[in-house]
Design a protein around this ligand. Structure first.
Ligand code: 7TS
Length: 415
């Protein structure tokens, strides 16, 4: 028996589901099938408890008081940083910066690194499947600096060829910013050769890990990426907090992103000196309870096991694709293999919003829209698509319910 089958045999999804109180909600009187996990994941009770415990026992502001609660809060906040560092394999805790989410992490790099180091004629390399949050910050900094945006195209069958990315990296490339996992195509991008080649020409690499960290092992030191961004709420943690990993030597050379309390060492009206990493990039009172919640979420993920979760989700995605491609008129976006927890599709003659609304009446939550990837929708020549995305608590039964409801929906709506 393969390691995968052994892992999924041992996987007790019903026990895991017990940890997520929200899964008991019954939309329209139907059992909830929450299949919109790429938008955000649900939270296990231990995360909610950790945040409640923080507010009922530890809360104060961090890094500024000598009193008991301030020390407790600071310890809890900084412990969360250690958990994050260890979760993504950062060598040093100062390389972990807490932000509001993936979006802010990317904006930070674009504004600070981009603002300081990009010059007219420099190239920023993106891919056609980037989320808007990995496009617009680069457009803003390109306008400011005169740098150019270049885009790695896709093959018509939706697959992404590493060769295309390698070809697009030139002597002018200063940064390659790309999704580790696409939130529409679901593909796990083979980033290693891209990172290696980018480094050869002296470019840095930012990976948008928003759709990766909940579904696979991520080791930033092994990847050797320069920046890695992700959001807590997509990995079972609270909203309002995210992470930017950056190599210390780069972060040291970058100017602050925002000014305010905590990020300074000494302020006069004439001159300000900045705090050490990571505080130089954490202006103002940070999301303390959220950091505690995120830390607990990552511990929870590791208590289930990332390999076990990946194996479970892989089976669900394979089954989902198998069922969808058999439905007349369903067009899968992206390749059938090499993907993480996301399955987007279009249906000939039926609008994605009608599909999502129809499924909602059955208690099934899926996403319909452009998924904040309008350039990719343009590439496929469609305004929107539907998307099923799974998490550690998803079940085969939920996938079957979605496929059955989709079949029913198509017969109702197509004429
Ligand atoms: N990058 C990718 C690849 C994403 O999927 C998302 C959110 C973001 C960045 C932005 O993350 P945020 O937490 O800062 O908002 N993606 C989605 C989605 O696919 N549906 O809703 C949000």
């Amino acid at each position: 028996m393969s390691l995968h089958s052994l892992q999924t045999l041992a996987y007790d999804v019903e026990r895991i589901r017990q940890d997520f109180p929200i899964l008991a909600v019954q939309p329209h009187g139907k059992p909830l099938a929450y299949l919109d996990n790429a938008a955000t994941t649900q939270k296990p009770r231990c995360v909610l408890d950790a945040m409640m415990h923080y507010y009922t026992h530890l809360h104060s502001n961090v890094h500024r008081g000598v009193h008991y609660l301030s020390e407790q809060a600071t310890a809890a906040y900084e412990h969360a940083r250690d958990i994050v560092a260890s979760f993504i394999g950062a060598r040093r805790r100062e390389e972990i910066i807490f932000t509001r989410g993936t979006t802010e992490s990317i904006n930070l790099v674009a504004a600070s690194w981009g603002g300081a180091f990009l010059r007219p004629g420099d190239e920023i390399l993106l891919t056609v499947f980037e989320h808007h949050s990995n496009i617009v910050p680069w457009q803003l900094v390109a306008q400011r600096t005169g740098a150019q945006i270049r885009v790695v195209p896709l093959e018509p069958d939706g697959s992404f060829f590493v060769e295309r990315a390698l070809e697009a990296i030139t002597e002018q490339t200063r940064i390659v910013a790309l999704a580790h996992v696409s939130n529409v195509l679901g593909i796990v991008v083979p980033v290693a050769p891209i990172i290696e080649h980018a480094h050869r020409v002296g470019a840095v690499v930012l990976l948008d890990g928003a759709q990766a960290v909940a579904h696979m092992d991520v080791d930033v030191a092994e990847l050797d990426c320069d920046f890695y961004a992700f959001s807590s709420h997509k990995v079972y943690g609270p909203t309002g907090i995210g992470v930017l990993y950056g190599k210390a030597e780069l972060l040291e050379r970058m100017p602050p992103y925002q000014g305010g309390g905590d990020m300074i060492r000494r302020v006069t009206f004439e001159h300000t000196t900045y705090n050490d990493l990571p505080y130089k990039f954490e202006a103002g009172t940070p999301p303390i309870a959220e950091a505690v919640g995120l830390g607990r979420a990552l511990e929870y993920v590791d208590s289930i096991g990332r390999a076990a979760i990946a194996a479970w989700e892989e089976q669900l995605v394979a089954s989902c694709i198998e069922q969808l491609v058999q439905i007349d008129g369903v067009q899968l976006l992206g390749p059938e293999r090499g993907r993480a927890a996301v399955v987007a599709f279009s249906v000939e003659g039926v609008h994605p919003h009608d599909i999502a609304t129809f499924l909602d009446r059955e208690g099934i939550a899926i996403r319909a829209g452009h998924h904040c990837a309008q350039p990719l929708m343009d590439f496929f020549g469609i305004p929107a698509s539907s998307r099923i995305s799974v998490a550690m608590y998803s079940t085969e039964e939920e996938i079957e319910r979605a496929a059955t409801a989709l079949r029913k929906c198509i017969t109702v709506f197509r004429f």
